[in-house]
Design a protein around this ligand. Structure first.
Ligand SMILES: O=C(O)/C=C/c1cccc(O)c1O
Ligand SMILES: [Fe+2]
Length: 312
């Protein structure tokens, strides 16, 4: 068994509302390096912890955690269409193992996944099918959320399963850090938006285009006085990265959901995917981690970070 980890932000505004050329180049370089490392590692399996943004999962039945044996990209924003390459039997075995560890997880044999999953797969591997990959979706955008300790326990269960395999495994976490894009809240929503949040699967191309235009417009004013959304919080982001790289993962058990939303933005909870990823790695033994990159990028509505880790 050999395990490596990468956790990184995603943003559908990359290429649609870019910051200055220097910053774009900087991020391109970091991602090219990460991709080269993945290529050199040549994983036999990827486990990707990802959020969903009301593209595959809705309030008609909103699970805290879902593992998929088959999944298709909704190709939102500029992401790739098509199915992921999921090893069905292994995903089923992993599901049973997680349940046996007293962690409840939903199972999907036909999941739709969005940029929260596919952007990172594409950025790090060049496609959605290059390597066998098992997606685990952690609800990070549709409140209410379970406590962070439950996410840590999910990660631990996955890590214990990975330790039983004699494989090179890449664990990915995608989303965060601090940010609050204009994703609506169910609480207090007018009927039309509430209906979308409850059962908005397979929107029309016009509805998708309108959503994309709203996000781009938000990116143009994000972090200014004209923007009502919670701004990026570099201090929070760096403290979180520090916690992970210094192996203080148990501290997430004290995280307060409302405090994080207020301090760093409602979508900051996408870092739940990072918590699960690190917990999975930690369950296989001691690890060494490093911060590869951080910058608060308003144009992308992203406290944008990249962190790598591996077994020590
Ligand atoms: O769900 C959407 O339409 C937009 C999501 C988004 C926007 C900006 C940054 C992100 O990380 C997002 O996921
Ligand atoms: Fe996101």
């Amino acid at each position: 068994m050999s395990i490596k980890l990468k956790c990184l932000s995603h943003t559908p505004l990359r290429g649609l509302n870019d910051p200055g050329a220097d910053v774009v180049r900087e991020v391109d370089t970091v991602l090219a390096q990460a991709r080269a490392e993945v290529e050199a590692f040549d994983p036999e399996l990827i486990v990707i912890f990802a959020p969903d943004h009301y593209n595959g999962l809705f309030y008609d039945l909103m699970p805290p955690f879902v593992i998929a044996t088959a999944a298709e990209s909704v190709a939102d924003y500029q992401t790739l269409p098509g199915p992921l390459s999921i090893p069905r039997d292994l995903a089923l075995e992993m599901t049973k193992f997680i349940l046996d560890q007293d962690v409840d997880i939903a199972l999907s044999h036909r999941l739709q996944v969005d940029h929260g999953c596919t952007q990172t797969l594409e950025e790090l591997t060049g496609s959605l099918t290059r390597y066998p990959a098992i997606p685990i979706i952690i609800n990070s955008v549709a409140p209410p959320f379970g406590p962070y300790r439950r996410v840590r326990k999910l990660g631990e269960a996955v890590g214990k399963f990975l330790a039983t395999l004699n494989k090179r495994v890449l664990i990915l976490g995608t989303g965060g850090l601090s940010h609050e894009p204009p994703v609506p809240l169910l609480s207090g929503a007018p009927d039309e938006i509430a209906n979308f949040l409850i059962a908005g699967r397979n929107p029309t191309p016009e509805a998708r285009a309108a959503r994309q235009a709203r996000t781009i417009a938000a990116g143009k004013i994000y972090g200014t006085e004209a923007c009502a959304q919670t701004p990026l919080n570099e201090e929070w982001d760096l403290a979180f990265i520090d916690l992970l790289t210094n192996r203080r993962l148990a501290e997430v058990d004290d995280f307060r959901i409302d405090e994080i939303s207020k301090a760093a933005g409602r979508s900051t909870h996408e870092v739940r995917t990072w918590v699960a990823a690190f917990a999975a790695l930690a369950a296989t033994g001691p690890y060494a981690a490093r911060k590869d990159y951080y910058r608060a990028i308003n144009e992308w509505i992203a406290g944008y970070g990249v962190v790598s880790a591996e077994q020590a």
